[in-house]
Ligand binder design. Sequence first.
Ligand code: ZN
Length: 81
Amino acid sequence: MTAAPERTCVGCGRRAPQAELLRFGSVEGLLTAGRTLPGRGAYTCRRLVCFERAVASRGFNRVLRSTVVVESGLASHYTDS
Ligand SMILES: [Zn+2]
């Protein structure tokens, strides 16, 4: 079995196979969930706490190298809460 590409969670710093993580990108300055968005991607675990931590630390801005607006509705992508 070949190694799956790994990505780092913006929230907790854990490395995990890409398929285990949620991917976000910036669409006209708005943080948007999507696996096929063009440009840079930021990843989090599928845990709401990681998303909240990424928002609090402005990790999305850092990883995406731009200022993104985070809408609270994005939390609905996390199903553990
Ligand atoms: Zn995480």
